[in-house]
Every structure is written in structure tokens, then in C-alpha cells.
Design a protein around this ligand. Structure first.
Ligand SMILES: Cc1cc2nc3c(=O)[nH]c(=O)nc-3n(C[C@H](O)[C@H](O)[C@H](O)COP(=O)(O)OP(=O)(O)OC[C@H]3O[C@@H](n4cnc5c(N)ncnc54)[C@H](O)[C@@H]3O)c2cc1C
Length: 290
């Protein structure tokens, strides 16, 4: 866990971590904030953004003793959850189940929970998330007894957090740029993931694109303006809420981490703002071209 940052005017010099064996200071030439919550940037006093309204996370869970041979199809499942969620005290009124063939297990994505950054509120949300997960299982047992009648919780995941706090970078990716598929000169990642904005307790926006659509992430959306040796990667890069919802998925997150490592390698002790974009483009070509 990050517990402190040593910073000079325009660089991060060291990060202090707490571990179960005591604290440790890590010095490095450059840093990548891949914390999801922009924890490093926040601790360093860099400008960050918060969502204007709650973006909900989900408490995932694994259920066992499922008869997956008799499972409902995805549309039927979602429709029944929509009809019965309120009666079972579920906030979210849709849901997905991912079945594991021949293991009698399924992963359920059926809840919406807040994702606060305050420790007490986060712990409280985690408890309420598990309550929601239990209600989801009760609904499935009652509504689909053939498939889920004997099911029970095998394990709860960590609270799934979608969009919590992110950096204010040199460029904020916009939903217009996502819809237009704007190709930036400093593009480092691309994806065709829909806009997936979980901004109501009941459901979420799911806006798909045409078959040839891709949209891009520019390096500037990973680059905080006031420091020379810090980049961010993953769900804490800069985008408006809808744009971010379409690039915070696993593929582009991984591509951003790949690009960030190459930028730090290319610039050494110089500024990430001065990276040779031609050299970077060669290194990240497999994630951007084609
Ligand atoms: C319920 C749910 C379903 C999803 N489904 C899909 C899907 O089907 N396909 C898809 O592509 N994407 C999906 N996503 C989105 C995707 O999984 C995430 O947005 C993505 O994995 C985020 O990756 P990340 O590395 O940026 O952040 P995270 O995965 O959140 O990783 C951040 C890491 O930083 C650590 N960290 C945070 N703060 C600190 C700190 N202060 N000190 C030290 N360490 C810290 C955390 O412990 C964590 O290990 C889903 C997300 C959710 C919540």
C-alpha cells in the first residue's frame, strides 16, 4: 500500500509502501500509476478528477452446485432479473452469469455498489455489496430452481471498482473522440469496446459501435502535466466519464501499461513530455496499427 510520496518540484523521487514486514521506500527514475484509483498521483498532490455522479462498481461472486446444463439463456436471465430484482431487494435490475463448463460453477455479475474512496465508507460498501450478492443468489435459486436450486456462494471477489478517481492529464479523452474513432498522433492503445457507463443503480449505458469501429488512447491522456517522470495506465487515465467507460477495459489497460514502460525506457532521465513519438510508435505498433 502506498503511504507516502517524496516529490521535488517536477518529479517523484520515491514512494513509501507499507508491507506486512514493515515499510519500504522505493526510488526510481520513473513511475507508472496503475492503481486504478490514481492513488500515487493523489498522494503526490497531482491534479485528479472525481466522477460528477456515482459510477457503480459490482460485487462479483462465484456460485457452486449449479446445473449448467439447465441454465437459462442470457436474455431470459436478464429479463427475469429485471422483473424480480425489486422484490428481492436488488438495486441492479439486470445481470450476467458466466458458466464454467463441467465444473458446476458460475461467476455472477448482478450487483451495483458504490465505490467510495473513504476507508470506512469503502468497508461499508463492501459489506452491502456482499448482501446484494446474497440477494442475487436467492433470486436465482427461486426463479431458476433447475439450474440454481442447489447453488450457494463459493467465494466473493474483491469489490469491483469501475471509475473512482483519475488524473487530470494533458489531454482528456472525450466521448466525441471515442465515437469518431479519432486517430491521435500519440496513440498508444486502441479498442472497440462499447461505452459502458454504470451511472445508475438499476442499469447501465451500453452503446455499441459499427463493425469497423476502433477508438484510440493518446499518450497525453496518460501524462500528468506537472511532472516529468510519471505516467498513468489503466482505469485512472484521463477521459470524460463516458469516454473512460469505453477504454477502462482490460485490453487497453494492458496496452497502456506496455506503452508507459516503453516511454520510461525511451526517455531515461529526461522528461516523458519530450518522448520521441516516432520511436514510441514503432514500439507500440502492434497495439495501434492494422
Ligand atoms: C464488475 C466488473 C466487470 C468487468 N468486466 C470486464 C470485462 O468483461 N472485460 C474487460 O475487459 N473489462 C472488464 N472490466 C473492467 C476491467 O476489469 C478494469 O477496469 C481493469 O481491469 C482495470 O485495470 P487497472 O489495472 O487499471 O486497475 P485495477 O484492476 O483496479 O488494479 C489496480 C491495482 O492497484 C492496487 N492499488 C490500488 N490502490 C493502491 C494503493 N493505495 N497502494 C498500493 N496498491 C494499490 C490495487 O490493489 C490493484 O491491484 C470489469 C470491471 C468490473 C468492476
Amino acid at each position: 500500500m502506498i503511504v507516502g510520496v517524496t516529490r521535488s518540484t517536477d518529479r517523484i523521487d520515491a514512494v513509501r509502501f507499507a508491507t506486512r514486514y514493515g515499510s519500504i521506500d522505493v526510488t526510481a527514475t520513473g513511475f507508472v500509476d496503475a492503481s486504478g484509483d490514481a492513488a500515487l498521483a493523489w498522494e503526490a498532490g497531482l491534479a485528479c478528477r472525481l466522477p460528477e455522479r456515482e459510477i457503480y462498481g459490482s460485487q462479483q461472486l462465484v456460485v457452486e452446485h449449479v446445473d449448467e446444463g439447465r441454465r437459462p439463456d442470457a436474455e431470459e436471465l436478464a429479463a427475469r432479473i429485471g422483473a424480480k430484482a425489486e422484490a428481492f431487494g436488488l438495486h441492479r435490475q439486470d445481470g450476467l452469469a458466466f458458466f464454467f463448463p463441467d465444473r458446476g460453477t458460475a461467476v455472477l455479475n448482478m450487483t451495483h455498489i458504490e465505490a467510495p474512496l473513504d476507508p470506512i465508507a469503502a468497508a461499508d460498501a463492501q459489506i452491502r455489496g456482499k448482501e446484494q450478492a446474497d440477494r442475487a443468489v436467492a433470486l436465482l435459486r427461486a426463479e431458476f430452481p433447475e439450474a440454481f436450486g442447489r447453488s450457494r456462494v463459493r467465494s466473493y471477489g474483491f469489490p469491483g471498482r469501475r471509475q473512482t478517481r483519475w488524473v487530470a492529464a494533458v489531454h482528456q479523452l472525450t466521448v466525441d473522440e471515442v465515437r469518431a474513432g479519432t486517430r491521435f498522433p500519440d496513440a498508444v492503445a486502441r479498442t472497440a469496446w462499447p461505452i459502458e457507463l454504470h451511472d445508475t443503480p438499476q442499469g447501465y449505458v451500453w452503446e455499441t459501435f459499427g463493425p469497423d469501429h476502433v477508438h484510440y488512447v493518446p499518450l497525453r491522456s496518460m501524462t500528468p502535466p506537472d511532472v516529468h517522470n510519471v505516467l498513468v495506465a489503466g482505469r485512472c487515465i484521463d477521459g470524460d466519464a463516458a469516454a473512460l467507460s469505453s477504454v477502462r477495459v482490460m485490453g487497453p489497460c494492458a496496452a497502456e501499461g506496455f506503452a508507459a514502460a516503453h516511454v520510461l525506457d525511451l526517455v531515461g532521465k529526461d522528461s516523458v513530455h519530450d518522448v520521441d513519438l516516432g520511436a514510441l510508435a514503432e514500439r507500440v505498433a502492434e497495439n495501434v496499427e492494422g
